[in-house]
Design a protein. Structure first.
Length: 214
């Protein structure tokens, strides 16, 4: 049975620290394995231009960062592709069938929320054991069977269609959050939450059908 797991994890987040130090908001958009020990993570930085430049320089100097490549400057929004040593959370899932819904790298708060879908109870135990071995403290908020959720609302569908058709999810993006917000008539902060909520709902529904155990 697939399970939806919600944890609170306490771990140093150097990338968020580098961004916040310069008054910039850092949001994770997507991630993919880079090699056996690395990850490529697409971030979006939002803030004043000078702060963004300073934050990118600080991120490039952060321990574990191999390279950081800027996308097209969108004014107050800049995409940044970061190749870094595999974060502790990613290492903890190396041998587990895990699909992340909400990543601790995306949070400034401590403890940070981590939500994922696990295929087996053994995978959850393996993740917790790996985090403990890394010295990461965790608190389980919820473990529940994954149930299909209602489909997107009409407004969410409208916004997602606009985002896709105008290249918001491409890299580099063909439209930034601010311009997209003007297009759909929603404040940037509200639009960001709508997009994240829609993405999470799509992901959860995609994995809601039970799979056979190994």
């Amino acid at each position: 049975m697939l399970r939806r797991v919600s944890l609170q994890v306490t771990a140093e987040n150097k990338l968020q620290y580098a961004a916040r130090k310069h008054g910039v908001t850092l949001s994770k958009v997507d991630c993919k394995p880079f090699d056996a020990t690395g990850m490529s993570v697409l971030f979006e930085l939002r803030g004043e231009a000078q702060g963004i430049r300073s934050a990118i320089a600080a991120i490039r100097q952060t321990d574990g960062v191999r390279q950081a490549i800027e996308g097209e400057d969108g004014g107050d929004t800049v995409p940044l592709l970061v190749v870094l040593d595999r974060p502790v959370f990613c290492r903890a899932t190396n041998e587990s069938a895990i699909i992340c819904l909400e990543c601790p790298l995306d949070s400034w708060d401590q403890p940070a929320p981590w939500r994922f879908i696990a295929r087996r109870a053994g995978d959850i135990r393996q993740v917790l054991k790996s985090l403990e071995g890394e010295g990461i403290s965790t608190r389980i908020e919820e473990v529940a069977p994954l149930q299909p959720r209602p489909t997107l609302t009409g407004r969410q569908k409208e916004i997602m269609v606009a985002a896709v058709s105008h290249g918001y999810f491409e890299f580099p993006r063909r439209i930034n959050l601010t311009d997209l917000s003007e297009l759909v008539g929603v404040k940037p902060s509200t639009l960001s939450e709508i997009l994240r909520g829609a993405e999470r709902r799509i992901m959860e529904n995609a994995f809601a059908a039970p799979l056979d155990d190994y």
